[in-house]
Ligand binder design. Structure first.
Ligand code: SAH
Length: 256
């Protein structure tokens, strides 16, 4: 048994049926391999190994890696002992399409998602568990309280689905929060129709002061009065969908 380490966000799933359901939620279409982040003692890995897919796992914790090597000899050299956040996906898996799955370490949830977005060309699907708050935020539509930077950026690249919730008691040790399993499927056509970098800057800047209207929160962009008179600038970011932000980005790019 691996001793749970708090600083690595270790909460081991004890409920086999939830491991099975999570593994079953993976579609792995258009993927060359499946990469599981943070396998721990392999409760999810076990069900992934029943699939046709080629499975790799990446785990930062030495003790877990030793456990996996002992209990899952079939994984052999498919166990990568590294920090996912520092891991070069293209270098390790050149030209390949990866489905990413996991009962993810909650202390780095947003970083995992931002890393996926940076690598979206390599990642057609992400499926797995986050703390419920993050899972909901990712899938939320405009107008709700939870809607934010992560919602807009993820939804610009992926179709999002909230699949099911998971209570704390099924983990050891139990986390303080509820969990949720989600699936992200990369959009067929990712047509920004605007400068992608500017889009990200606009989204982040707008949500940094989410209670303010865009006219106020986007001051740093030094916009013309003429542009600021446009009705969209009277809105708050939480009311705008991906397409609105694209339109906004184009208006800003064309200004001055
Ligand atoms: N999937 C297992 C463990 C979940 S706990 C289960 O469901 O029981 C999260 C796992 O992520 C732990 O095993 C932890 O060691 C691992 N982890 C934490 N940070 C990581 C990182 N940066 N890169 C890779 N794995 C990480």
């Amino acid at each position: 048994m691996v001793r749970a380490k708090k600083h690595l966000g270790q909460h081991f799933l004890r409920d086999e049926s939830i491991a099975q359901r999570t593994a079953d939620a993976l579609q792995s279409e258009n993927c060359d391999i499946v990469l599981e982040i943070g396998p721990g003692m392999g409760v999810l890995t076990k069900y992934l190994l029943k699939r046709e897919d080629e499975i790799y796992v990446i785990e930062i914790d030495r003790e877990s890696v030793l456990y996996l090597k002992e209990h899952y000899p079939v994984l052999q050299n498919h166990i990568i002992e590294k920090d996912f956040l520092k891991f070069d996906l293209e270098r390790q898996f050149p030209e390949m399409q990866l489905a990413i799955i996991g009962n993810f370490p909650y202390n780095i949830s947003s970083q995992i998602l931002f890393k996926v977005l940076e690598n979206y060309r390599k990642v057609p699907e992400v499926c797995g568990m986050f703390q419920k708050e993050v899972a909901e935020r990712v899938c939320e539509k405009p107008g709700s309280k939870a809607y934010g930077i992560l919602s807009v950026l993820v939804q610009a690249y992926y179709k999002t689905e909230y699949l099911f919730s998971v209570p704390p008691e099924v983990f050891s040790p139990p986390p303080k929060v509820m969990s949720g399993v989600i699936r992200l499927t990369r959009k067929q056509i990712i047509d920004f129709g605007c400068d992608e970098r500017l889009f990200k800057r606009v989204v982040k800047t707008a949500f940094n002061q989410r209670r303010k209207t865009l006219r106020n929160s986007l001051k740093a962009f030094d916009l013309s009065d003429n542009l600021k008179a446009n009705v969209i600038f009277g809105e708050r970011p939480e009311r705008l969908g991906v397409h609105d932000f694209i339109r906004l980005t184009n208006l800003i790019a064309a200004d001055g």
